[in-house]
Design a protein. Structure first.
Length: 175
């Protein structure tokens, strides 16, 4: 009996997924924001300038398609997150200003600047190369449902959209 119980606990622990850490910051339109579980959320994480530059293609596609495909769904959201914790505090304002001028106005409310939590989020997302943007599709409980750390590719984007559609379909009430 003891072995059976131990095996069950080990199996349950192996399948348990960690929940997203806290994420607080300010959007490029000046709003303070804290993300909490509750919605299916696409996050495009950038941990370096190179990753931030590569995030633009993901942002543009998500902003265009996500609004059309999932925008009316109250259970869905998307954000681009620029982690500036490792940038010297004296230049963060300049970085944020440059980001604001390079971000389309409608996407500014979906772009978060975070100055803490970088190491925790890198570990959570499994980042191996911080020069690449990391995409996470989070379920409503804050667990990763789909992820990729890569430059934009149409095939990978299609996989993200399919995963998001499937996740949102699971959340719909059964009739």
């Amino acid at each position: 009996m003891y072995r059976l119980l131990t095996a069950a606990l080990v199996s349950a622990a192996a399948f348990a997924q960690p929940v997203a850490p806290d994420l607080r910051g300010e959007t490029l339109d000046g709003s303070k924001i804290a993300l909490y579980p509750g919605k299916a959320t696409i996050l495009v994480l950038g941990f370096s300038r190179k990753a931030g530059d590569l995030s633009a293609a993901w942002r543009d596609h998500i902003a265009s398609d996500f609004g059309a495909d999932f925008g009316a769904d109250a259970h869905a959201a998307w954000f681009v997150v620029a982690f500036l914790e490792s940038a010297p505090s004296l230049v963060r304002g300049m970085i944020k200003s440059a980001m604001r001028s390079g971000t389309p106005v409608p996407a500014r409310s979906h772009t978060i600047v975070a100055v803490s939590g970088e190491a925790v989020w890198k570990k959570f997302a499994g980042v191996k190369d911080d020069k690449l943007p990391c995409l996470l599709l989070m379920d409503g409980a804050g667990r990763i449902a789909w992820s990729a750390c890569a430059a934009f590719e149409q095939a990978r984007y299609s996989a993200l959209k399919d995963a998001a559609a499937a996740l949102l379909k699971q959340r719909q009430p059964k009739q």
